[in-house]
Design a protein around this ligand. Structure first.
Ligand code: G6Q
Length: 560
């Protein structure tokens, strides 16, 4: 019997019962007592054997609690779970988002080759190229001043109104590539339904020179529709005419009818498709604020970088495949060494939104507890992802990374060359970027701590009291990622690297990384509560806690 999702229960066996899983469990037990210090002492070729390069991007896996054998066993797990087949199914446009019956084709959006990419028997590339051309023309017209606002003035700002996948990607990219922005034209992002976000953003803007992009795949999202309506009111109020909306608003959506009902014409609507997932959409017209703020060449370079990484992911053997190894190393910690969180620590101020962006990409994709076939998993899936730029984090949460009771595998990222002229700063930044992973990996023993305190002239009793606190257990794993400079091309590669890493892990865990049912329930409840906040009847249908909170809020707001 085949289920609705097309999987035959008779053929199914649990991942945790599989040969590759068992081998990894045994291997983990054997490796557990061996420290990174010992692994480095035993094998002087670790760096050569456990680091990978793609163009100028170097990824060093050698400070992980792994050996070359670990990678072989992890690759065997990937083969057992048919990673290559799943990868080809994604690139082949098959509906691998099974609960929504959709293809997953963000790779088509940045396909710079002549290769056709089909959904069913339809090549999607002509549509992709048509919308890219529409974006290019529009961005160039706005940036050059050919397209003007309602009062005949040049646009100076764009406000992207969107949330989640329609905000985090373009926002992160515009921040990451701020050195490519033009002073005369600035991007702004409004996502939160908290009126403070829109109110404070608009306060600094001139309506006559402000362009709004309403970015919403569905064009029904409560936050975005509320912000868009208030932004339209603000514009009409200041420019004195409803007709101003046509010149100052554009939309990015798959819902043409709702866009038209809002008052945005078909020519000012940028299309995308149901095979583009929200959190994978910055490469589509959702990237319009990027091309507006950074210019078309930069946007194309971003696509080109991602495409280069896609080609690597598609063709490189698993053993030398960057996203595959990054993903498998994550599986190693999550499933075999018990790590529950994962930190991304860019030593790159421009990447300050990167952890927040990856938080959505990773946690919304792999934060799932049932497999594709609907059965509950009996193993851990996506970890908690978090992070902040270095060196700021060093003066905050790194204490826990070094001496806490949790092991948190971390990715450290840094560029060899900065965009600014303050070279002395950059040397210090890089020194910290190198020092932290080394301190985490190799730590400081009790003997070393004692020796340091003796050298500092402390008494024997002072040394005994203090030395245990100065011990760093070490053996704490990290990946170091180095690139020449944070260009649009490099950023495209980095994002695609993480996207495919998430895909790899989803395949191993047999989960659908491309739906997000977990965001539904809270949304439905909020819709029910909206009228109740201003009503006078007792909201008895709620649990006792929610009911009393509603009543208290009504009282504080003066309506209860
Ligand atoms: C992303 C999610 C989610 C989505 C937002 C916005 O993968 O689906 O973050 O992007 O809820 O949705 P709309 O673009 O439809 O407004």
């Amino acid at each position: 019997m085949r289920t609705r999702t097309g999987y035959s229960p008779a053929l199914m066996r649990t991942l945790t019962d599989s040969p590759a899983w068992h081998s990894l469990k045994q291997h983990a037990e054997a490796l557990r007592p061996i420290s990174l210090r010992q692994l480095f002492e035993k094998n002087p070729d670790r760096f050569e054997q456990l680091s990978l390069r793609h163009e100028d991007l170097l990824v060093d896996f050698s400070k992980h609690r792994i050996t070359p054998e670990t990678l072989q066993l992890l690759c065997a797990l990937a083969r057992q779970e048919q990673l290559e087949t799943w990868r080809d199914r994604m690139f082949g446009g098959e509906p691998i988002n099974s609960t929504e019956h959709r293809a997953v084709l963000h790779v088509a959006l940045r396909n710079r080759s002549e290769r056709a990419i089909c959904v069913g028997d339809r090549d999607v590339m002509p549509d992709v190229r048509r919308v890219l051309e529409q974006m290019r023309t529009f961005s160039e017209q706005v940036r050059s001043g050919k397209l003007l606002g309602f009062t005949g003035q040049r646009f100076r700002s764009v406000v992207n109104i969107g949330i989640g996948g329609s905000d985090l990607g373009p926002h992160m990219v515009c921040e990451a590539l701020a050195p490519y922005q033009n002073e005369a034209f600035r991007p702004h992002f409004v996502s939160n339904v908290d009126g403070a976000h829109l109110h404070e953003t608009l306060a600094s803007l001139d309506p006559a020179t402000t362009l709004f992009v309403v970015a919403s795949k569905t064009f029904t999202t409560q936050e975005t529709m509320t912000n868009a309506a208030s932004a339209r009111d603000w514009l009409v109020r200041h420019l004195g005419s409803e007709s101003a909306v046509a010149s100052h608003f554009v939309a990015v959506s798959t819902n043409h009818a709702a866009v038209q009902a809002f008052g945005i014409s078909a020519e000012r609507t940028f299309e995308f498709w149901d095979w583009v997932g929200g959190r994978y959409s910055l490469w589509s017209a959702i990237g319009l604020p990027i091309s507006l703020a950074l210019g078309w060449d930069s946007f194309e370079q971003l696509l080109a970088g991602a495409h280069a990484l896609d080609e690597h992911f598609r063709a490189a053997p698993l053993e030398t495949n960057l996203p595959v190894i990054l993903g498998l190393v994550g599986i190693w910690y999550r499933n075999f060494l018990g790590a529950s969180s994962y930190a991304v620590l860019p030593y790159d101020q421009h990447l300050h939104r990167f952890p927040a962006y990856l938080q959505q990409a990773d946690m919304e994709s792999n934060g799932k507890r049932v497999r594709r076939d609907g059965e509950a998993v009996d193993y851990a899936t996506g970890p908690v992802l978090w992070g902040e730029p270095g060196t700021n984090g060093q003066h905050a949460f790194y204490q826990l990374l070094h001496q806490g009771t949790e092991m948190v595998p971390a990715d450290f990222l840094a560029a060899a060359e900065p965009h600014h002229p303050l070279t002395k700063h950059h040397v210090k930044l890089l020194a910290n970027f190198l020092a932290q992973p080394a301190a985490l990996a190799f730590g400081r023993t009790l003997e070393e701590a004692r020796a340091e305190l003796t050298k500092a002239g402390l008494s024997e009793s002072e040394i005994e009291g203090l030395a245990p606190h100065k011990v760093f257990p070490g053996n704490r794993p990290s990946t170091s990622i180095v690139y020449r400079k944070l260009t649009p091309y490099t950023l495209g590669k980095l994002i695609a690297l993480y996207e495919h890493k998430i895909f790899v892990q989803g395949v191993i865990w047999s989960i659908n990384s491309f739906d997000q049912w977990g965001v539904e329930l809270g949304k439905q409840l909020a819709q029910r509560i909206i009228p109740e906040l201003d009503a006078s009847h007792d909201p008895v249908s709620h649990d006792a806690s929610t009911r009393r909170l509603i009543l208290y809020l009504r009282q504080l707001r003066g309506s209860g």
